[in-house]
Ligand binder design. Structure first.
Ligand code: IPM
Ligand code: MG
Length: 370
């Protein structure tokens, strides 16, 4: 089959890691008889440099015209990059937020699991990791504090800033449905995370999630307060299957979950609207400090491409092939520097490889699997 992929390479390490994901997709194409065409789309700092804004209307149209979008990362060093001297609505991140809103990408799925091969990189104690963990955060992505009314003004001569957190029941219902349907494909457990002891928006969240749960009798639903969830993620991550939460809580908890899994360089993510369309991107940022050195870890982006195959293109076998290829290459001891054991005594049996070599190894393993 033919698939048209919009490609947002972005800034920092974005272009390097996206190149490796394309390499792997091309290997999938060759091995399984598909054709992927790629259309570059400007977003982030590179778009600011080329057009003056982080996302043009043309770029939005290009994304809308694609079967799915694969993204690297956007943004630069907030302390030194001239992009961060611009007003907030013209900075790189504003492009991403605008794209999410324009494409109605309200559901953000961020898996976090322990790679057996990288158990040692997990910062938790062995007795806490136990049998390992495999969770997925379903984060609401187009509402809440991110998109509420905000303003900064002087009140009685004193500067005052306001952000507002609004959710209506329809926004909560549609993300809850996504979480429950993903849970049906997994271990059938949803933990809905809120701050219902304080916030009205959370109390409505809880009520609507309870209603949605009635349509999924096989799924067990728990509620957890967000502060407790932050604690439980490091205390016993194995208790979670699907965590359902609002935008800001999900932003924070997904960073925590990725760290707990040992390497943020390994974790993929996907954002969905109500169709099969999706935006696929690694969970990590643009790492401007290591950009252009061919040392970044492309695995999160490659696994994001695997999610694209699975969720947007319905190519499960091909997605499995990519995920297995990653495991095979890790098993053989190949590591980018971020996942290389740090202790000298532990380094035997591992081969340090560059970003491009890691991509080639995984592409070769995909071809060998067909
Ligand atoms: C993320 C990022 C974004 C967010 C930033 C870049 C606006 O942190 O995707 O988690 O907060 O959503
Ligand atoms: Mg974030």
């Amino acid at each position: 089959m033919q698939f048209h992929v919009g490609v947002i390479a972005g800034d920092g390490i974005g272009p390097e890691i996206v190149e490796e994901a394309k390499k792997v997709l091309d290997a999938v194409g060759k091995a399984y008889g598909h054709e992927f065409s790629y259309e570059p789309i400007l977003m982030g700092g590179c778009s600011i440099d080329a057009t003056g804004v982080p996302l043009t209307d043309e770029a939005i149209q290009q994304a809308k015209g694609s079967d799915a979008v694969l993204m690297g990362s956007i943004g630069g060093d907030t302390r030194t990059s001239p992009w961060y001297k611009l007003e907030p609505s013209l900075r790189p991140e504003a492009g991403l937020l605008k794209l999410r809103k324009s494409l109605n990408l309200f559901a953000n799925l961020r898996p976090a699991y322990l790679f057996d091969e990288l158990r040692k990189a997990c910062p938790l104690k062995e007795e806490v990791i136990g049998k390992g963990f495999d969770l997925a955060i379903m984060r609401e992505l187009t509402g809440g504090l991110y998109f509420g009314k905000r303003e900064t003004k002087k009140v009685d001569g004193v500067l005052q800033a306001t952000d507002t957190l609004t959710y209506n029941e329809n926004e909560i219902r549609r993300i809850a449905k996504k979480a429950f349907s993903i849970a049906m494909q997994r271990r059938k457990k949803v933990t809905s995370v809120d701050k219902a002891n304080v916030l009205d928006s959370s109390r409505l969240w809880r009520k609507v999630v309870e209603e949605v749960a009635k349509d999924y009798p096989e799924v067990t639903l728990d509620h957890m307060l967000v502060d407790n969830c932050a604690m439980q993620l490091v205390k016993d991550p194995g208790q979670f299957d699907v965590i359902l939460t609002e935008n800001m809580f999900g932003d924070i908890l997904s960073d925590e979950a990725s760290m707990v899994s040992g390497s943020i360089g390994m974790l993929s993510s996907a954002s969905f609207n109500d169709t099969d369309f999706g935006l696929y991107e690694p969970s990590h940022g643009s790492a401007p400090d290591i950009a252009g050195q061919d040392i970044a870890n492309p695995i999160a982006t490659i696994l994001s491409a695997a999610m694209m195959l699975r969720f947007s293109f319905k190519l499960d076998k091909e997605a499995d092939a990519v995920e297995n290829a990653v495991k095979t290459v890790l098993k053989k001891g190949y590591r980018t520097v971020d996942i290389l054991p740090q202790e000298k005594e532990e380094i035997a049996g591992f081969t340090q490889v560059s970003c491009s070599r890691m991509g080639s190894l995984i592409a070769d393993a995909v071809k060998a699997s067909a």
